[in-house]
Design a binder for this molecule. Structure first.
Ligand code: FES
Length: 196
């Protein structure tokens, strides 16, 4: 391979491997990907919740078209699928912001100031629970427990748990999410799996 060809190939690879530059998949492509997932899970017991989790990962939320596709694909009624989505706060039927802020209101966090932390987020972001900022950067939700009760009050932003959060620190925490990259230096929970 000539030097020129090598350079051209590297340039082509850099263009095709940059995920951030990839165009958003079309509705049709998303549907095709979801169909692949449904084919994999069809007939398996307990398939609904993992399929919904994957679908939410694909779409960013769960639009009605996706729920109807899941219902048809798993042989369940739309009402059954919609009922599960409504029951678990983890699922969202409206588009979420780029970063999901979840404030724990479990017992340990609540008694150690979780409500004040939530109020501070509401004021700072200018949205209520379940809302998304106009620039689609942040969505705000509440949660029951992250398994970090000893370090309450806790919040989770995307996959990162922030411990012993004080209302006065909220501006500093949010500033770390001002760009497209989530921070890594904050303390994290050993088992940050959010409870459904
Ligand atoms: S109650 Fe908030 S982390 Fe457990």
């Amino acid at each position: 391979m000539t030097h020129a060809n090598s350079e051209q190939r590297e340039e082509t690879m850099s263009q095709t491997t940059c995920c951030a530059c990839a165009p958003a998949p079309s509705e049709e492509e998303l549907g095709a990907r979801l169909d692949e997932v449904l084919a994999e899970y069809r007939g398996k017991p307990g398939a609904l919740i993992p399929v919904l989790q994957i679908a939410q990962g694909l779409y960013g939320y769960l639009p009605e078209t996706a729920l109807r596709r899941v219902a048809a694909g798993l042989g369940q009624s739309y009402a059954q699928v919609a009922g599960v989505v409504t029951f678990y706060s983890y699922f969202s039927t409206v588009p979420r912001g780029k970063h999901l802020v979840r404030v724990c209101l479990g017992t340990a966090c609540y008694v150690r100031g979780g409500k004040a932390v939530l109020d501070a987020f509401k004021q700072r972001l200018g949205i209520d629970v379940g809302g998304t900022t106009p620039d689609r950067r942040f969505s705000l939700e509440v949660a029951r427990c992250f398994g970090a009760c000893g370090l309450a009050p806790a919040i989770m932003i995307d996959d990162t748990v922030h411990h012993r959060v004080k209302p006065a620190a909220i501006g500093r925490i949010l500033a770390r999410y001002a760009d497209t990259t989530a921070p890594k230096e904050e303390t994290t929970c050993d088992s940050p799996t959010p409870q459904l």
